[in-house]
Ligand binder design. Structure first.
Ligand SMILES: *[C@@H]1O[C@H](CO)[C@@H](O)[C@H](O)[C@H]1NC(C)=O
Ligand SMILES: *[C@@H]1O[C@H](CO)[C@@H](O)[C@H](O)[C@H]1NC(C)=O
Ligand SMILES: *[C@@H]1O[C@H](CO)[C@@H](O)[C@H](O)[C@H]1NC(C)=O
Ligand SMILES: *[C@@H]1O[C@H](CO)[C@@H](O)[C@H](O)[C@H]1NC(C)=O
Ligand SMILES: *[C@@H]1O[C@H](CO)[C@@H](O)[C@H](O)[C@H]1NC(C)=O
Ligand SMILES: *[C@@H]1O[C@H](CO)[C@@H](O)[C@H](O)[C@H]1NC(C)=O
Ligand SMILES: *[C@@H]1O[C@H](CO)[C@@H](O)[C@H](O)[C@H]1NC(C)=O
Ligand SMILES: *[C@@H]1O[C@H](CO)[C@@H](O)[C@H](O)[C@H]1NC(C)=O
Ligand SMILES: *[C@@H]1O[C@H](CO)[C@@H](O)[C@H](O)[C@H]1NC(C)=O
Ligand SMILES: *[C@@H]1O[C@H](CO)[C@@H](O)[C@H](O)[C@H]1NC(C)=O
Ligand SMILES: *[C@@H]1O[C@H](CO)[C@@H](O)[C@H](O)[C@H]1NC(C)=O
Length: 863
């Protein structure tokens, strides 16, 4: 069977299985080179050539880029075990054939159907694709180089008036160019819990991509989903909770696409750790082994929302799933995405994530980036000509791609692809200022609302015209340099404040240690690092604004950003200590706290009875080393606010804004309290482990990550999921829980609706309505995130799961009613036997309140 054959050849160059060795090595070298130049287009300039050579040599030598060749001995069905064991994989006693069948084959790849809102775009695309030659169609399945700095580029078909497409990073703003804004990062949006604000951000950000001629925004991120607490990319996504991520991704996708830019929701799926994210030398990518229920209830959940919102593109990920590569996994692409979720758009590979030719085509991948030359391109044409890949599959690939272009109306006065993406910012280039003055309030509000105040005693905050302020820590000021150098500069990757050598080892594949340093010690951070970093055209640091404020107020100011043990003027009214927790693509974090910063905080607190701690944290930061120090009076988790960082923080510190952020994750007392702290590491091949070359990540904790784990195991967190303080107080009352009365609604166990984009239509029927009153009982105006959690009466279900949130702004003493509509999906569990969402029979618990551990209103409903 074709299906079986494809699944079995997952690991090899399917285009040439019998002589995989030399061809694969050559193809990989070529693909390595193109990956590098495509991702960093300036390298194609003369100036870049020397760097290219150096980088390539280092990558090949160090083998750390993870782009290295698939091992030559990993041939088809050969009993490679012993043979290899005697060679360079002494400990591994198995080869890839051991894993065949672990990921169920799902073939053939479903055609786009043009259902729902896609009909018109689908018909136009079919018409256009119908006029293309085989070569033109094949051309549109792989990236090419361009005279822009777009991270990916699909070629034009001038004869048919198709201008090509520019794809660029990323979910937190347009990276690598000038005259764009630095938006709050995903984790900051998550901490804001504000749907309308997420939408405004999507509109503003999408507008900038559009003005710059970027057709596809490579984001937003909902994978990683936060399983691995130390994962280097968690900050790019919104939350460790699938519901919160799902709502925010939905707002983001629909807002970005409403301004005509296609979203590439990523990384599909279960891309939970950076360690072993790509194959390297003899070692394959880590395999995320997930049971079907956990896949649906946790990892697929937010992707489902993105598809429902119409995401025109999905990016398949680096990791393997049940030991089959994410971009060649027919169960994930053909099955879950294109059949169950009815996805109408196209699947693009993450950069360098394609490791097989025919297999990826049949499994449902539609476009390869950054180039098709290695495994598709002419090979794909050959495969169509000899029947290995049906031409209808190729037609479907291109139809999906072109349809999304029509769907977002990019055929109507969209700027020339890449028009604002100059190749080299150190040379003369056209100024395309994509910033929009109407976004300024969104950038500011966005920055303010993602700050989470977790401690505030003795009225430490807000500050009231302090007579003297002392400011400490490496993270208060801007780094000394933020400037594109025309080479691989820290500016390009949000690494200006971090150790560049270490950054390069992780993200760029230079030799050296990765994941050693927990902090960015050369200045404040606006985002994390890597492809999701935000640009810095205009940024304002905390120190910039504090200086101005102090000057205006006549506050005496002292500062020391160098010393870990600074002198402290005992007459200080308050001491502000600035630390950070850095994270970057390409490396998992070494720790959730660091001794240097904790030591600095304790040193200051020992000498200053009003010590206010501020962390810019690209992920969870533990606080237990100092939190009970009586002189630590306030702690702000400031996350990654983007360009308005300083203005937002100072507005909060001085009480012009009232904190309203809530944690989109749990802060534990100890590392060991989490379900999964660090990445799964490959076993030592020397130890004789049979899995030596095949790192396995068994998601045995199931759905019990973050608060689901703390609740199930009765672990008291330091600060629970959903927690955050305000300068005012709120009271909850008048809970009402009502089953919907509409007679036409189906309350059967299983949905019966047709599959539209996002899945069966009736999964979104609102079956239960809940309302509650929230009153501002304190002295100042402020916003409160009211949260609703559901306890589903099913075996193996978490104690509670977030299923609703609203963020009313309440003037002091005023009350508002918040309303939540619980959908069929919100109330269901995934039935692995029936392969549908099952609405459980029994009594559900409905809890409403201000955090996952502060739920004063409890109601019940029976279904
Ligand atoms: C068809 O072409 C592909 C791509 O060149 C090649 O890998 C495959 O072996 C060919 N199959 C047959 C049956 O010739
Ligand atoms: C992974 O394997 C489990 C069974 O162990 C299966 O339920 C699930 O559907 C598989 N998922 C994928 C993507 O292969
Ligand atoms: C896709 O559509 C083509 C006709 O356009 C058809 O030949 C092919 O069988 C369809 N594929 C599937 C999987 O339905
Ligand atoms: C394919 O794209 C290349 C540019 O990358 C172009 O030179 C070539 O003419 C295209 N082929 C066809 C058939 O359009
Ligand atoms: C890039 O190429 C396009 C057309 O191929 C051209 O219109 C544009 O001016 C070029 N841009 C630069 C900066 O050379
Ligand atoms: C600027 O933003 C406003 C409000 O969202 C919008 O109407 C306008 O089209 C935007 N301008 C550009 C050039 O994107
Ligand atoms: C930066 O990282 C490199 C590589 O890990 C290390 O050798 C060097 O000591 C680090 N520099 C600082 C200042 O920590
Ligand atoms: C960055 O910080 C390190 C460690 O404090 C210091 O040695 C180095 O000089 C700083 N570099 C810059 C550019 O500020
Ligand atoms: C708190 O700060 C004061 C100085 O204001 C200092 O004298 C005292 O020892 C500090 N308390 C602790 C527990 O370190
Ligand atoms: C903190 O120290 C200042 C300056 O010595 C003093 O005026 C103030 O009363 C102290 N506050 C507390 C709460 O101990
Ligand atoms: C993962 O699960 C597989 C299958 O149950 C098992 O063989 C393997 O030892 C597990 N790996 C780890 C690292 O737990």
């Amino acid at each position: 069977m074709a299906a079986e054959a494809a699944e079995k050849t997952t690991f090899i160059d399917n285009d040439n299985p019998s002589s995989a060795a030399p061809d694969t090595a050559a193809a990989t070298k070529q693909s390595q080179q193109s990956w590098i130049t495509q991702r960093f287009p300036f390298l194609r300039t003369k100036r870049g050539i020397a760097i290219t050579v150096a980088v390539i040599l280092v990558i090949i030598g160090g083998g750390l880029a993870g782009l290295a060749a698939l091992p030559k001995h990993r041939g088809g069905g050969a009993a490679a075990g012993e043979e290899d064991g005697a060679g360079d994989r002494p400990g591994a006693t198995i080869d890839d054939t051991y894993f065949y069948g672990q990921s169920p084959p799902v073939y053939p790849s479903p055609n786009m159907t043009g259902s729902g809102s896609w009909t018109e775009a689908f018909l136009k695309a079919k018409e256009l694709v119908g006029q293309m030659t085989l070569a033109e169609k094949v051309n549109l399945t792989g990236g090419v180089s361009s005279n822009t700095s777009c991270n990916g580029f699909l070629p034009a078909v001038p004869r048919l008036g198709f201008p090509g497409m520019c794809l660029s990073d990323a979910g937190n703003g347009l990276r690598g160019t000038d005259f764009v804004s630095s938006w709050p990062s995903g984790i900051h949006v998550g901490a804001s819990w504000n749907k309308a604000l997420a939408r405004r951000r999507g509109t503003g950000m999408g507008g900038e991509f559009r003005t710059k001629g970027v057709n596809v925004l490579l984001g937003p991120v909902v994978g990683p989903a936060g399983r691995v607490v130390l994962s280097g990319r968690n900050w790019e996504g919104f939350s460790s909770d699938p519901y919160l991520s799902g709502v925010l991704v939905s707002e983001t996708v629909s807002a970005v696409q409403a301004v005509g830019v296609i979203t590439s929701t990523k990384h599909y799926v279960a891309n939970e750790q950076e360690t072993n994210r790509m194959p390297s030398g003899d070692t394959e990518s880590v395999s995320s082994n997930i049971d079907d229920r956990t896949m649906h209830e946790l990892y697929l959940w937010a992707f489902q929302d993105a598809v429902r919102a119409g995401s025109g593109n999905i990016m398949c990920s680096y990791n393997r799933l049940n030991n089959s590569y994410g971009c060649a996994n027919s169960k994930a692409l053909n099955g879950l995405l294109k059949t169950e979720l009815g996805f109408q758009g196209w699947v693009v590979s993450d950069w360098g994530a394609q490791h097989a030719g025919v297999a990826t085509a049949l499994a449902g991948m539609d476009v390869v980036m950054p180039t098709g030359n290695a495994l598709w391109g002419s090979h794909l044409a050959d495969a169509v000509n000899n029947g290995s890949v049906p031409e209808s599959r190729l037609d479907d690939m291109v139809t999906r791609t072109i349809a999304s272009w029509y769907q977002m109306r990019q055929d109507q006065d969209f700027p020339r692809p890449g028009v604002g993406m100059a190749m080299d910012l150190t040379g003369p280039h056209e100024v395309i200022d994509a910033r929009n003055s109407s976004s300024r309030s969104t950038l500011f509000d966005g920055a303010v609302e993602g700050h989470v105040l977790v401690k505030n005693i003795r009225n430490a905050l807000p500050l009231q015209s302090p007579k003297m302020l002392s400011i400490f820590g490496y993270s208060a000021k801007n780094p000394d340099k933020t400037n594109p150098s025309g080479g691989l500069s820290p500016w390009l990757f949000g690494a200006d404040s971090f150790n560049w050598t270490e950054f390069g080892a992780g993200f760029l594949g230079w030799s050296g240690d990765v994941g050693k340093t927990a902090i960015a010690f050369n200045g404040t951070i606006y985002s994390g690092g890597g492809s999701g970093a935000t640009p810095k055209s205009t940024v304002i640091s905390p120190f910039d604004v504090l200086t101005q404020q102090a000057y205006d107020d006549g506050t005496a100011l002292f500062w020391d950003f160098e010393s870990g043990t600074p002198a402290v003027n005992p007459m200080s009214s308050a001491c502000l200590v600035f630390g950070n927790a850095y994270a970057t693509e390409g490396a998992d974090r070494p720790s959730l706290r660091d001794d240097y910063t904790d030591g600095l905080i304790k040193h200051v607190a020992d000498r200053c009875n009003n010590t206010v701690v501020i962390f810019h944290n690209a992920g969870i930061r533990l606080v237990d080393q100092f939190i009970d120090h009586p002189n630590v009076t306030a702690v702000m988790l400031a996350h990654l606010p983007g360009e308005a960082s300083g203005r937002a923080l100072v507005s909060l510190l001085y009480g012009r804004s009232n904190p309203s952020g809530k944690l989109p994750y749990t802060v534990a007392r100890n590392e060991s309290d989490y379900a999964v702290l660090g990445p799964d590491l490959p076993p030592e091949p020397e130890g004789g482990d049979m899995f030596g070359s095949f790192p396995q990540s068994n998601f045995t904790e199931g759905v019990f990550v973050d608060y689901r784990h703390f609740d199930a195991n009765n672990i008291t967190p330091r600060y629970p999921f959903g927690f955050g303080l305000s300068y005012t107080t709120f009271n909850y009352s008048n809970l009402s829980v009502q089953k919907a009365e509409d007679q036409s609604l189906n309350f059967d166990e299983y949905p019966t609706g047709a599959v539209v984009q996002g899945g069966q239509a009736d999964l979104w029927d609102v079956l239960v309505n809940v309302s509650a009153d929230v009153t501002n009982t304190g002295p100042v105006d402020g916003a409160e995130v009211a949260q609703l959690y559901v306890g589903i009466p099913a075996e193996g279900a978490p104690v509670r799961q977030l299923r609703g949130f609203e963020k009313p702004f309440l003037n002091s003493s005023s009350t508002q009613t918040v309303r939540f509509g619980l959908t069929r999906r919100d109330l269901s569990v995934w039935d692995v036997v029936v392969q549908r969402w099952r609405l459980v029979r029994g009594e559900y618990t409905i809890e409403v309140g201000g955090s996952s551990r502060d739920l004063p209103l409890v109601g019940r409903v029976t279904i």
